[in-house]
Design a protein around this ligand. Structure first.
Ligand SMILES: [Zn+2]
Length: 209
């Protein structure tokens, strides 16, 4: 995937199950679905495949839509409920798709945020762990030399190393990569899910803590 070709979408990490929201979404208007608790509706929900394999993280609002559409069911819930005009539903913490969905490898969006997560906010040249604002992305093979914006050619990099490297290769700049950059694997995805869900005990048994 090219980093530049779909910049708007790609820069916004949206791991997605592509199910259109449709009528169920319309049923979940702000008025119906706990308008005073926008944070609750955005809380993360772990999505399991029909086989119980963790495949994604979504928001409560979307999880409720999937449940209303009969696409998914709650496996774990919070104590909180949301009320629509006709019924109350416990807020899900973990949902499971009712039919198996094939998840292609490397489906996670290429984005700055995801690259920083993959590299654990660590400069891949000097090994410093920094806040996201103190990191940039480095093209291992510079763009001026035809380096692409891809999982394999982008790494988290501190500004100091980035300046030092400039338009050179790592060898030319006397820098060494900590490890070869790779696309998100299932393993990386699970790490990401753990990072997002570390506060929710109910996720644990599905993520093999
Ligand atoms: Zn560095």
């Amino acid at each position: 995937m090219d980093y530049r070709s779909k910049s708007k979408n790609v820069l916004r990490p949206r791991p997605k199950i592509s199910i259109s929201a449709g009528h169920a979404a319309a049923a979940l208007t702000n008025r119906d679905a706990a308008p005073r608790r926008p944070a609750l509706m955005q809380a993360p929900v772990l999505v399991l495949n029909a086989t119980f394999e963790p495949i994604n993280v979504t928001a409560v609002r979307r999880a409720l839509v999937l449940m209303l559409k009969g696409v998914a069911q709650a496996e774990e819930t919070q104590t909180t409920e949301v009320h629509s005009t006709s019924k109350s539903v416990s807020v899900p913490s973990v949902i499971r798709l009712l039919s198996y969905r094939h998840i292609p490898q490397q489906s996670r969006a290429l984005s700055r945020k995801n690259i920083l997560l993959r590299d654990r906010n660590t400069c891949q040249f000097c090994g410093q762990m920094l806040s996201a604002s103190d990191l940039t992305l480095d093209h291992v093979m510079p763009r001026s030399r035809g380096g692409r914006s891809s999982w394999e050619n982008l790494v988290a990099c501190c500004y100091q190393c980035n300046n030092r490297k400039g338009d050179r290769t790592q060898e030319e700049a006397g820098l060494t990569l900590a490890r070869r950059p790779r696309p998100f694997t299932l393993h990386t995805s699970r790490q990401l899910m753990r990072l997002i869900g570390h506060k929710d005990e109910k996720w644990r048994k599905y993520l093999f803590y």
